[in-house]
Design a protein around this ligand. Structure first.
Ligand SMILES: O=C(O)CCC(=O)C(=O)O
Ligand SMILES: [Fe+2]
Length: 325
């Protein structure tokens, strides 16, 4: 495993895609090519200056207020889905997180805000609503581009309908002198796709296909879009799914947000027929996402570097792109 390098993630500018004017087709196609190539080569990319500095500052102020609430208030954030509510665990001592399901639905943000601040907090409510709408828009745009790149548009609506979303907000405290500086252990995301946003403290690191660790240094109003395992199963291995982690090197707390698109439970995940041929033999057997998560969390899958392959890899002689690299 190599050391940290000055390589930068591909950076893609979505700001010229504001209209759906057919004359913008050229811009759309050029961004689409960049998105697909970045996913194929790095499994992730930066979306530069995607929100206003004002919105970014409002959201981070709101996060600080949220994590400053007493523990007995934060634990009210519960969910039936593991790790979608308040999380604090001795396994990741620097980390705590909370989650809002489908946050682009205004009532979901209202309910979360009422739970945390029974007397109201309009700044939190409004900034998270605007922010979630922007992230949802970016999620849909990126997926549309990837599906179009492989002539899979016919599956887009059906896949969007079986997708749920989670806005996860995270705080990492600084390590004590005798503690490890690992904020979040090396992992891949098992969901479809994640949009990450970190504050100016930084600390997110992503591993390239050549095992180099890149420390992600992007401006605080930029995002990092990361491909998840489910997306790669649909496309039968055409994407790179990057290992990533969070390292806490300084002595200031770090705040970050993740917008996770997740296959709804009891929905089958399988490669699209067009993605399987002689040159691209099936890498993963079809599986139920809810059942996989049970395996992942209860049977130690979380500790395995290649949990999905252990669970449903089609043929251990067929190497995935991580191992080929
Ligand atoms: O906090 C971050 O920047 C990364 C979080 C992450 O990778 C995750 O929750 O899966
Ligand atoms: Fe992650």
């Amino acid at each position: 495993m190599g050391s940290k390098s000055p390589i930068r993630l591909p950076s893609i500018d979505f700001s010229n895609l504001k209209t759906h004017d057919p004359n913008d087709r050229f811009i759309w196609e050029s961004v689409r090519t960049d998105v697909f190539n970045a996913f194929r080569d790095y499994g992730c990319f930066e979306v530069s200056s995607f929100i206003s500095v004002d919105l970014q500052e409002c959201v981070y102020d709101a996060l600080k207020q949220l994590f400053d609430l007493p523990l007995e208030t934060k634990v009210r954030n519960t969910s039936d889905i593991p790790f979608h509510g308040f999380v604090r665990s001795p396994k990741v001592p620097l980390y705590e997180s909370m989650g809002i399901g489908n946050p682009f639905i205004p009532e979901n943000v209202d309910n979360f805000t009422d739970l945390m601040w029974p007397h109201g907090n309009s700044k939190f409510r409004e900034s998270i609503k605007t922010y979630s709408r922007k992230l949802h828009e970016l999620d849909v745009t990126v997926k549309k581009m990837v599906f179009e790149s492989l002539d899979l548009e016919k599956y887009l609506d059906e896949q969007m309908q079986s997708t749920g979303y989670l806005l996860k907000v995270m705080k990492y405290r600084a390590p004590e002198p005798n503690e490890s500086d690992i904020g979040l252990h090396t992992h891949t995301d098992t969901n479809i796709m994640t949009i990450l946003h970190q504050d100016e403290i930084g600390g997110l690191e992503i591993q390239t296909k050549d095992d180099e660790w890149i420390r992600v240094e992007v401006s605080p109003n930029s995002f990092v879009v990361v491909a998840g395992e489910t997306f790669n199963v649909w496309l039968n291995g055409r994407l790179h799914v990057p290992f990533h982690r969070v390292m806490m090197t300084g002595n200031t707390p770090r705040y970050s947000l993740g917008f996770f698109s997740v296959k709804k439970s009891s929905n089958l995940v399988k490669a699209f027929d067009e993605m399987v041929d002689e040159e691209h033999p099936l890498l993963f057997k079809p599986f139920d996402y809810g059942e996989f998560l049970k395996f992942f969390y209860k049977e130690g899958g979380i500790k395995s570097k290649f949990a999905l392959k252990t669970y449903c890899g089609n043929d251990l002689n067929v190497l995935n792109s991580d191992e080929r690299a």
